[in-house]
Write a protein that binds this ligand. Structure first.
Ligand code: RIB
Ligand code: CA
Length: 311
C-alpha cells in the first residue's frame, strides 16, 4: 500500500523542505496539506503553503486547507527570528493559482482518513499539534484508522523554546499531550535527532548542484534560515521537519527507541517538556517511539534525489 501522507505544517523554511521531499520522493504520496499557526500567523503560513505547492508543481487535486489560528488554550506564538515576518523570508515565490479547500484543516484531516483504507494514511505534523488534537476529539475513530503519527517536535535531552522544551510542543503542550496519549503509534522526531540534520558546506554544494527550480528555492531558503541560526550560535543550520518525512520513507535513516512519553503541562520551569522514560525496556503496551539520531549524509541524499525529480 502506498504510504499516503497528510502534512500538517506551519511553513516555515524547514516545513517547506519537508513538503518538497514528500512531493519528490516516489516512496510516498501527499494526500493533503493542512496548516496550523506556529512559525507565523495562520494566514501567512497558509499563503506560504500555497506558494510552495505552486513552486513544486504539486498536483492541483491535492487539497490544501487552513487550520487552527491559535493553540487550544494559549495565545498564538510565532518565530519571526528564524522564519521572518512572512514566515518564509528569503526566496521569491510564485503567486498561488490554486484555491484553498473550503473545509477547515481539521475536517479535511478527518474526511481524508475516514475515506481511506485503515492503515493507508500517515499523519506527519511539523508544527504545533493543535489540528491533530482537535481532529481526535471531533472524530475519535481516526485513531484506529491512521497507520501512525510521525511528528517533528519535542526532545529527550534538548530544548529550543526553553532549556527543556521544543517550539512545536511548547506553544501548544495540551494538544501534544492529547496526540501522544491518543493510543495510535506515535514517533516523536525531536531535537536530539534533528539537531544532527545539519546543512554543512559540502551538503549545500550538493544541493546547489541539483539544478532544478525547487533546489534553487531550497538554496534561497537556507541562505536566510542559515543566517538566522548562525545568530543563535549554530555553525550549520539544523533542518528539523524533513526528517519526519525521511523517517517514513526510510526508517533506517533515523535511530528510534520505544519509550513511554509524556508532556509536562504544569511545570514552572519545564512546561512543554517531552518526558521520555528511557530507564528500562518499554512496557508491551507502549506505542510511542522517540528519535535519538539521524544519518545526516544519507538523509540529504534523499532530499537531493527528491529535488532532482521536481520542476
Ligand atoms: O522547533 C523546530 C520546529 O518549530 C520546526 O518544525 C520549525 O518549523 C518550527 O515549527
Ligand atoms: Ca514546522
Amino acid at each position: 500500500m502506498t504510504r499516503r501522507l497528510i502534512l500538517d505544517c506551519d511553513p516555515g523554511h524547514d516545513d517547506a523542505i519537508a513538503i518538497l521531499l514528500a512531493a519528490g520522493d516516489p516512496g510516498v504520496e501527499i494526500a493533503a496539506i493542512t496548516t496550523v499557526s506556529g512559525n507565523q500567523s495562520i494566514e501567512k503560513v497558509t499563503r506560504n503553503a500555497l506558494q510552495i505547492a505552486e513552486l513544486a508543481g504539486l498536483d492541483a487535486r491535492i487539497p490544501i486547507a487552513q487550520g487552527a489560528h491559535r493553540p487550544l488554550l494559549r495565545e498564538a506564538e510565532h518565530a519571526p527570528e528564524y522564519h521572518g515576518e512572512s514566515g518564509l523570508d528569503g526566496p521569491r515565490l510564485p503567486e498561488p493559482t490554486r484555491a484553498l479547500d473550503p473545509r477547515h484543516a481539521v475536517q479535511l484531516i478527518i474526511d481524508t482518513v475516514m475515506a481511506s483504507e485503515p492503515g493507508e494514511i500517515t499523519l506527519v505534523p511539523t508544527g504545533a499539534l493543535t489540528n491533530i488534537a482537535l481532529a481526535v476529539r471531533l472524530e475519535p475513530r481516526i485513531v484506529e484508522r491512521v497507520r501512525e503519527v510521525v511528528f517533528m517536535g519535542g526532545g529527550v535531552h534538548v530544548g529550543n523554546h526553553g532549556p527543556f522544551s521544543e517550539f512545536n510542543v511548547a506553544i501548544d503542550p495540551e494538544a501534544a499531550a492529547i496526540v501522544i496519549d491518543a493510543g495510535w503509534p506515535v514517533t516523536m522526531i525531536g531535537l536530539d535527532a534533528t539537531h544532527q540534520a545539519v546543512v554543512t558546506p559540502e551538503i549545500r554544494s550538493r544541493l546547489d548542484a541539483v539544478g532544478t527550480r525547487s533546489a534553487a528555492f531550497v538554496g534561497e531558503l537556507l541562505d536566510f534560515y542559515g543566517a538566522a541560526y548562525a545568530v543563535y550560535g549554530f555553525e550549520h543550520p539544523p533542518v528539523h521537519d524533513p526528517v519526519t518525512v525521511a523517517q517514513v520513507i526510510d526508517p533506517t535513516l533515523v535511530r528510534t527507541v520505544r519509550a513511554p512519553l509524556a508532556v509536562e503541562l504544569t511545570g514552572t520551569h519545564t512546561l512543554g517538556m517531552t518526558v521520555a522514560d528511557l530507564r528500562a525496556e518499554a512496557p508491551e503496551a507502549c506505542c510511542t517511539w522517540v528519535a535519538l539520531g539521524v544519518e545526516n549524509d544519507r538523509f540529504w541524499t534523499l532530499v537531493e534525489s527528491a529535488l532532482a525529480r521536481l520542476p
